[in-house]
Design a protein around this ligand. Structure first.
Ligand SMILES: Cc1cc2nc3c(=O)[nH]c(=O)nc-3n(C[C@H](O)[C@H](O)[C@H](O)COP(=O)(O)O)c2cc1C
Ligand code: SF4
Length: 405
């Protein structure tokens, strides 16, 4: 493995970035973490060689911790049948994967996801996906799953239990950390957002009520993994839609999670369901998505809904900095930056601004060995052009990949 450039070559901020750091009871060899990017490398929900090669390359490239994107906490939490869900049937494969990645010198986190009422999973154990309210399930239309049902209190209790069980399982197979997904319009976010949560009971209304499920999940996951084990969480700084979550809400959400004992907050933005482009600023993904979509009904839906869903947000480096800093100032826990960090200048800025870790998505897809390269070259820049074509590879049979390599 490459050596880190000597301290005299790197600024104090970069030396901090490339030095070991603690996340609760876990020590990472540097402060760079692979962002959760659903890999689509688990055909029929089974993690195998493809997934191992993907994360193995990242491990060899020097990442402090890699993240298995979207590990559904239960079958009914999957968006489609090619997502893995945490269950005993895949214990041997996951254990082997963890052993391999640990031997290659990286730590591994798993992103705990639940789709709520947004799914096209034909293997659901119930008639429809479930969210806070009865409503349209736009993603499922082509599969004849037009609607989602409202969760009863017993369904909410079952969902909390599913997070608990998944966390016990993930720790036992060797994950070093878990990342709870509170953002991007998925299950927990559907409850947090006033746009999608219209409930009249104690899970709807005020922010406290809309956060009730998320706080129960955090508490359950903590009970499952113990005090020393790192739990991080990804939130949306804004949903970018009228009537949805906005930047000021993110500060309150951050404070609640901090008080609830989370070890680190990742400040992303946007929703996969309503306004995804906020999440990955750069070239508009509508055309690549249309090109990649095989289902004719979904193609028509994309053509009709696309222009009002995929807005233009031109790329700029560290595009969430201003609003992520406001959360930084409000919480005590670790802050994990994500969003357009692709140069050593940006890493140094983030360290200077008080962020503890940095998550990288596209810049790692285009430069597997970014950590090794950047730790040697103070003026390092990733070659990612933020064309966003990788986003449209999310259902590719070979899994996600940079189309420019
Ligand atoms: C191909 C692809 C798949 C993604 N899948 C997920 C996902 O499963 N969960 C998630 O929270 N974010 C997902 N994201 C968003 C990234 O985690 C990250 O927030 C975003 O790409 C911005 O960071 P970047 O500028 O470093 O790429 C995905 C991004 C890409 C490019
Ligand atoms: S396809 Fe490659 S260059 Fe384009 S945004 Fe994705 S990682 Fe970057």
């Amino acid at each position: 493995m490459n050596e880190i450039a000597s301290d005299s070559d790197l600024s104090a901020e970069l030396s901090r970035c490339f030095s070991p750091a603690k996340l609760n009871g876990l020590t990472l060899k540097n402060r760079l973490i692979k962002a959760g990017t659903f890999e689509n490398m688990t055909p029929a929900g089974i993690p195998g060689e493809l997934l191992q090669n993907f994360h193995g390359k990242l491990a060899d490239g020097g990442i402090g911790m890699t993240t298995l994107g979207y590990c559904a906490v239960e079958n009914n939490g999957r968006i489609n049948e090619n997502m893995q869900f945490m269950n005993e049937g895949i214990r041997p494969q996951l254990t082997a994967l963890m052993d391999n990645l640990h031997q290659r010198g990286t730590k591994v986190s798993g992103q705990m996801g639940h789709c709520g009422g947004f799914s096209k999973n034909k293997k659901l154990s119930r008639r429809r996906p479930m969210g806070p309210n009865f409503g349209l399930n736009a993603l499922g239309v082509a599969n004849g799953m037009f609607f989602c049902d409202a969760m009863k209190i017993s369904d909410i209790d079952n969902m909390v239990q599913a997070y608990y069980d998944a966390a016990v399982f993930m720790k036992s197979v060797g994950f070093d950390a878990v990342e709870i997904h509170f953002g991007h319009g998925y299950g927990l976010c559907q409850f947090i957002s006033p746009k999608t949560n219209k409930r009249k009971d104690e899970y709807g209304g005020s922010l406290n009520n809309r956060m009730r499920l998320s706080m129960r999940v955090l508490d359950a996951v903590r009970r499952a993994v113990g005090d020393e084990y790192p739990i991080i969480g990804k939130i949306s700084l804004t949903e970018g839609v009228k009537g949805g979550l906005h930047y000021d809400d993110a500060i309150e959400i951050g404070k609640m999670l901090d008080k609830g004992g989370i070890d680190g907050i990742i400040t992303s933005g946007g929703t996969s369901t309503m306004n995804p482009m906020i999440m990955f600023r750069g070239d508009n993904i509508l055309q690549p998505m249309l090109k990649a979509e095989k289902n004719q009904i979904m193609k028509i839906i994309l053509r009709l809904a696309g222009p009002s869903m995929f807005h233009d947000y031109p790329y700029k480096e560290i595009y969430f900095l201003e609003h992520a800093k406001r959360v930084r100032e409000a919480v005590q826990c670790n802050m994990i930056y994500v969003g357009g960090a692709s140069t050593n200048d940006s890493f140094a800025t983030l360290m200077r601004e008080g962020f503890d870790f940095i998550q990288l998505g596209r810049s790692l897809l285009s430069n597997w060995d970014l950590p090794n390269q950047a730790s040697q070259n103070p003026s390092y820049k990733s070659s990612c052009t933020h064309c966003n074509e990788c986003v449209a590879t999310i259902e590719s049979p070979n899994g996600i990949h940079c189309t420019r390599l």
